[in-house]
Design a binder for this molecule. Sequence first.
Ligand code: FES
Length: 334
Amino acid sequence: MPTIALKGSDVQWHCADDDTIMRSALRAGFGFPYECNVGSCGNCRFDLLEGDIEELRGDAPGLSARDRDRGRRLGCQARPLGDCVVKLRLMPQYESRFPPVRQSAVLAGISDITHDIREFRFKLDQPVRFLAGQYALLGIPGVEGARAYSMANTENDTCEWHFQIRRVPNGAATGALFDGLAIGERISVDGPYGMAYFRENSERDIICLAGGSGLSPMVSITRAASASPRFAGRRIDFIYGGRTSRDICGEDILSQLPGFGSNIHYHPVVSSGDEQGWSGHRGFAHEVAASLFSDRLARCEVYFAGPPLMGQAIQKMLVDLGVPSDQVHFDQFY
Ligand code: FES
């Protein structure tokens, strides 16, 4: 098993032959910076000083040609072919409260949420704890590479991890999940990962913004907050955006939580201009958040998850309204 050594320190860890340099560091308890885990964000870049690696994804957008020429690689995509020496700055905030574990899981249940979102319920072989809002990498039979999806439930004793997933048109992974995987079949699961988890010790109100599969982590965070004695008496505003009314979902899930309607408030938004008979908000989630909460946002913890364009619009809105970055939580891998 290769050993990865950090240049200029005593730090080293082992990386299984089929693991990556970043994920193995997190499993060993080190704070290797990351975000998406799928080669997109570039947060896991490191300098490869000695040794050889294989890249899981050769075209990963998180690494520029210039980075590559300088000897930089992506920790989430780098599988060592032998011992390596690397250079990067470990950061304590990336140390996992519950280190990620690789295992297999069986599909135990499926239910429809909308015309293109389903909840898939997997039962893991062994219990692993996670924080509300975190995600896992799912390895689906017949699909090359793992995909990141967030859990919708909260940690539990039944080994169940639930995922609310939107079907991507022509998407290989969601196609296999929606059309191929049957109850009782197995996938691989690696997790938990992610920094956009519920900050239980914060005393601020919460605003959640979601679209598409971003429903899942926002539901998890709202479930955890509603069950937390520390959160009693505070307010959660949950904004869900879709193109048309048939994309809108989440209210029936949230309405089962204690405090729905008094502490937990749901705000659906549709962006299509020709939606007849729609009585909810119109526009985009970030616009509705800005118009409803411009005076409160800077005093809230803000969580969001959804498609990239939605995430970019939300980030810009939050910067424009002066929301401190340490109160904003997202893992942009959608
Ligand atoms: Fe590796 Fe995003 S590119 S964590």
